[in-house]
Design a protein around this ligand. Structure first.
Ligand SMILES: Nc1ncnc2c1ncn2[C@@H]1O[C@H](COP(=O)(O)OP(=O)(O)OP(=O)(O)O)[C@@H](O)[C@H]1O
Ligand SMILES: [Mg+2]
Length: 326
């Protein structure tokens, strides 16, 4: 469907007038050159699109000419010398629990005595502010140059979601997104950090590759659910990092099994051990499994991650076991 949508847009406007065409989760976001703002063809295109994909939300945004963009992130190296080690938490596929895993792992690393930070680089759906309970809180700067990281549960953090409106990043093209992330990463007052966990955008495209190289990621943790379809993407994730020379710390199986709260019986809803077998096949380390449990979801969604709110639970221990191996 994505290619049909793109073809349709391209049949209305020339390549030089189209800045980007994004299709995500039943949404189409098109950015066009500003000089088309008054064009009647825009309305015609919207109508044609709503016939092609009636249940999609369609947005058209106008941008200034490409030449005016001042972002040239490829020319600059990112570096914050006070951060000793950077671990990316990544997944080939979205929605597998990458952010939940990243946050709980960061909290577990902190509990093991490391000065820990989490950097939310997920431009497609930043969720760290929600999961750490500071959504809608403004970013603070004391000197007008550097911003203060948020500090919650002993964890320092900064999120691209705190910088921009939730919907904005979707329309950024690669260079712009990387430029904004670079600025946020470099201009946060991190202080001494033993280990930083990065919640990466899902997928294995240009943005992920650029980010990994610019941030000088030391190693990557790949999160997958046990289904084959998720594992195919996990393999892609492993291969992407290998190709650019980032060592794989290992694979985590999330939503691995379910324990019934009432009867204690275990159910392997999405199958089981798929990630372990895949890790073995690829010669990568299997770091462990995280059960599917409503307490993990509720605590993540309400800003009290389980490693903090239920530190003695079996679920918190599952994250700690993984953190110990890192
Ligand atoms: N082990 C788990 N048990 C129960 N719920 C979970 C578990 N892991 C994640 N979830 C829930 O699944 C949903 C998706 O998780 P999360 O947002 O961490 O995924 P993600 O891979 O970061 O997604 P996205 O690609 O959208 O960023 C959330 O509501 C989260 O609370
Ligand atoms: Mg996420």
């Amino acid at each position: 469907m994505e290619s049909q949508i793109k073809q349709l847009v391209q049949s209305y406007f020339s390549a030089s007038d189209i800045d980007s065409i994004g299709v995500f989760d039943k949404r189409v976001i098109i950015t066009l050159s500003k000089n088309l703002e008054m064009s009647e063809k825009v309305e015609e295109l919207k109508q044609a699109l709503s016939q092609l994909v009636p249940n999609y939300k369609i947005s058209v945004v106008f941008t200034a000419n490409k030449e005016t963009s001042s972002f040239h992130p490829e020319e600059e190296k990112w570096s914050v010398p006070s951060i000793k080690k950077i671990i990316a938490v990544a997944s080939g596929k979205g929605g597998v629990g990458k952010s939940t895993t990243a946050i709980n792992l960061a909290l577990a690393l902190s509990r093991l005595g490391n000065k820990t930070a989490i950097f939310d680089a997920d431009i497609y759906g930043p969720s760290v502010p929600t999961m750490l309970g500071y959504e809608n809180q403004p970013v603070v700067s004391y000197d007008g140059k550097f911003v203060q990281p948020f500090e919650t549960f002993g964890l320092k953090s900064m999120s691209i979601g705190s910088l921009i409106d939730r919907d904005t990043p979707l329309i950024w093209r690669g260079a712009k997104a990387c430029g904004a992330l670079q600025q946020l990463f470099n201009e946060t007052n991190w202080g001494e950090i033993d280990v930083m966990v990065v919640d990466m955008p899902p997928g294995t495209g240009d943005i992920q590759i650029t980010l990994s190289q610019k941030m000088k990621i030391d190693e990557a943790v790949i999160v997958s659910t046990p289904q084959d379809i998720a594992l195919i993407d996990a393999v892609k994730g492993v291969n992407m990092f290998k190709k650019i020379g980032v060592p794989i710390a290992g694979i985590v199986e999330n939503m691995s099994y379910y324990i019934c709260e009432k009867c204690g019986a275990r159910a392997d809803i999405f199958g089981h051990a798929g990630a372990q077998v895949t890790a073995q096949k690829m010669g990568e380390r299997f770091l462990g499994e995280i059960p599917l449990h409503v307490a993990i979801r509720e605590n993540a969604d309400q800003g009290t991650p389980i490693v903090y709110s239920q530190p003695e639970s079996e679920y918190a221990k599952a994250y700690l076991k993984i953190a110990e191996q890192l």
